[in-house]
Design a protein around this ligand. Structure first.
Ligand code: RP5
Length: 206
């Protein structure tokens, strides 16, 4: 029989573990199929660092080191990891195989490839069979950054401090966009209206 959870018992559980074990204890595990994927996955690591979320980074290849993949995925929960970000390119089996060996949320980042521009990675990661989900992000840098932000949102349901860091990040991002409403004005390029009004003045003088 399935155990029935109610909100009160869940909240009681959360009260006992609402803080990470220590400020440096990794909550997010970032794994990638190759050192060549670091160029992409470093954006996940940087974003987590900016949000103050401790993470660990490892090369774990589904094809070249399958035993290590199994060991990583099966021990992650016990080691205190709460979300796994897995990036891979081509026949990108790492996120799916990791998800098959843990109940932790796994976020997949398709790495852009030379041959197929990452479409191969995207489809390999996204097309999981029903029953083993991988939260699949966009190809490349945007996907890596968003994987970290999504990890923060997941952790934010448990850690209020992380939720507030994420809220602050979003507010700053909005402010940055609003601060530069006209990119032409910002880089010194004259605006179309200013150019046409100068032309109009010339015509008047002639
Ligand atoms: C995948 O093969 C890796 O995730 C990487 O994106 C790709 C190429 O790996 P390398 O040949 O650069 O090591 O398993």
């Amino acid at each position: 029989m399935h155990k029935r959870w109610n909100r009160r018992s869940l909240m009681k559980q959360e009260q006992t573990k609402e803080r990470p074990r220590s400020s440096s204890h990794a909550l997010v595990g970032i794994i990638m199929g190759s050192t060549s994927d670091w160029e992409t996955l470093e954006h996940a690591a940087t974003t987590l660092r900016d949000l103050g979320i401790p993470c660990e980074t490892r090369v774990v290849s589904a094809h070249r080191t399958p035993d290590l993949l199994f060991e990583y995925a099966t021990s992650a929960e016990q080691r205190g990891i709460e979300v796994i970000i897995a990036g891979a390119g081509g026949a990108a089996h790492l996120p799916g195989m990791t998800a098959s060996k843990t109940v932790l949320p796994v976020l997949g980042v398709p790495v852009e490839t030379k041959a197929l521009k990452g479409l191969d990675s995207l489809l390999s990661i996204a097309q999981m069979p029903g029953g083993i989900p991988v939260g699949t992000l966009a190809i490349g840098k945007a996907g890596a950054t968003n994987a970290a932000l999504l990890a923060a949102a997941i952790l934010g349901t448990k850690y209020p401090g992380i939720r507030e860091s994420l809220r602050e990040f979003r507010m700053e991002q909005t402010q940055r966009v609003l601060a530069t409403p006209d990119p032409a004005a910002a880089d010194g390029t004259p605006r179309a209206s200013a150019v046409s009004s100068r032309r109009g003045k010339k015509r008047t003088r002639a």
